[in-house]
Design a protein. Structure first.
Length: 254
């Protein structure tokens, strides 16, 4: 992206350095960053070292860098400011308890889902690997939450929110633009979305949009589980659970 529009170009460069780190690439070296950003190595080093001194980056034993713990402070502040922990967390736990499956909650971010919470059923914590999900993103076009939210946004926004370079994660991932539009229309008509292993093989997901008290779309919630457990016969029951839950959320979100 061109930096000509930024008033403080040096700050923009520092932000671009931070944006290079991801779940897939949590550690990066100065050379990697310089090549990725098409910047001089000495400039990148100066930025990285400053961020390290301030606690936003940490240097590993292999001389590579990763995001520093200080970043967690801001994720906590943002999360609290959004107000979702108090408004939805107990409801998400109820969904997981009633369904016996994993529950996800996320909000829209351009063409992606930004995940905030994942709730694991207590009865299966010993047999299911637990992982935190706050801050993780996934494309809207191939996820249950993403399709549930996208289908309920104005159709004029769909082209910008459907990722241009669509990845075929599994054999079930729909990447054809017209087919995605058809699927979104179906989701909008029935009021919920289904992900049949489009993001993760063998996993099925039922997603539903979350509206606030003023009928504005603010988030999405989903129930996810293995296809042999979360069968099509079970979907009506899960839809009912999600409908009750999103109604409760709507009463709390202003």
């Amino acid at each position: 992206m061109s930096e000509t529009k930024y008033k403080v170009k040096s700050l923009a460069k520092a932000m671009r350095v931070l944006e290079c780190f991801s779940v897939k690439e949590p550690e990066l070296g100065v050379t990697q960053l310089a090549e990725r950003l098409n910047m001089n190595k000495s400039n990148v080093y100066n930025i990285v070292d400053t961020l390290r001194e301030m606690g936003y980056l940490e240097q590993k034993n292999n001389s590579k860098y990763c995001l520093g713990i200080k970043m967690l402070e801001y994720s906590f502040i943002v999360n609290e400011h959004l107000g979702y922990p108090r408004a939805v967390y107990d409801i998400l736990q109820e969904i997981s308890q009633q369904s016996g499956e994993i529950v996800y909650f996320g909000i829209p971010k351009q063409d992606k889902v930004l995940y905030l919470y994942v709730i694991h059923p207590r009865s299966r914590l010993q047999v299911m690997p637990y992982r935190e999900i706050l801050g993780e993103t996934a494309p809207m076009y191939c996820t249950g939450i993403g399709k549930a939210m996208l289908s309920n946004l104005p159709q004029s926004e769909w082209p910008d929110r459907i990722t241009k370079n669509r990845i075929k994660y599994t054999t079930e991932t729909i990447t054809d633009y017209d087919a995605i539009i058809e699927d979104l229309v179906r989701c909008r008509k029935r009021g919920y979305a289904i992900d049949d292993g489009a993001r993760e093989p063998g996993m099925r997901c039922v997603g539903m949009p979350v509206f606030d008290f003023h009928n504005r779309l603010v988030a999405g919630v989903s129930i996810s589980g293995p296809m042999n457990i979360l069968t099509y016969q079970q979907i009506p029951n899960y839809v009912h659970i999600l409908q009750d839950a999103t109604f409760k959320m709507r009463e709390r979100l202003y």
